[in-house]
Design a protein around this ligand. Structure first.
Ligand code: 5GP
Length: 241
């Protein structure tokens, strides 16, 4: 399989076509952005951490029965993925109130949400990712009721799998964002699962281990990303595998 031309370049990843029409190459760049692209930087090595964590989680989820776009890792910052027709929805699962939920609604930061809360945003830079509800999703013909049911059920299943895995390694999964696509009519988990798309807190100290470190200047982002990459590859309890 050979990389051909650039299909799409987002804020932190680029997607390339290959000589196989069913396969794309997703490259995690060292770019980091926040606040709708208003804050941006390039941090050497960041792409590799996100690629490593995403690849690991996609493989782990596949082992636990979740269909993902992941095929194989190509190099430290790139993976081969199935070509999906992406659905422009951001499926956000929240276990603990934080971020925009606390800014927009009367929740206390750190308040547990049981059962988890799913929020769906329209992925559109032009419209600044507004929140949708089911009726709007159907009116905009973004997904059918059957697809939306499957997307929500899969997102909750992913939450249970990741939450347990991270908890055993001293990391609290506060919330995260997923994106799905279609492959020959089937719903498949796509995009990334990384420190750019999850909110993670150290279980002991409550310290942020994700993009919030960058968003709010809470310390060394690369150190936080390195901590997650290391913990993910460790055995439960902390010993490195
Ligand atoms: P919030 O709504 O609190 O800003 O974000 C909730 C969760 O979803 C966080 O883990 C955040 O990283 C993720 N998230 C929300 N919107 C986006 C987005 O546009 N891009 C990425 N990468 N993650 C997002």
């Amino acid at each position: 399989m050979k990389q051909v031309d650039l299909l799409y370049s987002g804020k932190a990843k680029s997607v390339y076509r290959t000589d196989d029409p069913g396969v794309y190459i997703m490259k995690f760049r060292d770019d980091i952005t926040a606040f709708d692209g208003e804050k941006k930087d390039t941090l050497g090595g960041k792409g590799r951490y996100n690629a490593e964590v995403s690849s690991f989680f996609f493989r782990y989820l596949e082992e636990h029965g979740i269909r993902t776009h992941y095929l194989e890792s190509i190099d430290a910052a790139s993976m081969a993925v199935r070509a999906l027709e992406m659905i422009p929805l951001e499926i956000i699962v929240r276990n603990i109130a934080a971020g925009s939920l606390v800014r927009k609604y009367p929740f206390r930061e750190g308040e547990p949400l049981d059962p988890p809360v799913i929020i769906i945003d329209y992925k559109s830079d032009l419209h600044h990712d507004p929140m949708l509800n089911d009726d709007l999703i159907f009116a905009l013909r973004l997904a059918t009721p059957e697809e939306l049911d499957q997307i929500k059920a899969t997102a909750l299943a992913v939450n249970e799998i990741l939450r347990e895995y991270l908890d055993a390694r001293g990391v609290t999964l506060v919330d995260f964002k997923l994106e799905f696509g279609r492959e020959r009519g089937d719903i498949v988990l796509g995009d990334e699962i990384s420190m750019d798309s999850m909110r993670l807190w150290d279980k002991e100290t409550g310290a942020s281990l994700d993009k919030d470190v960058y968003r709010f200047g809470k310390g060394d982002v690369m150190e936080a990303y390195a901590t997650v990459a290391k913990r993910i590859l460790s055995r439960p309890g902390g010993e490195t595998a």
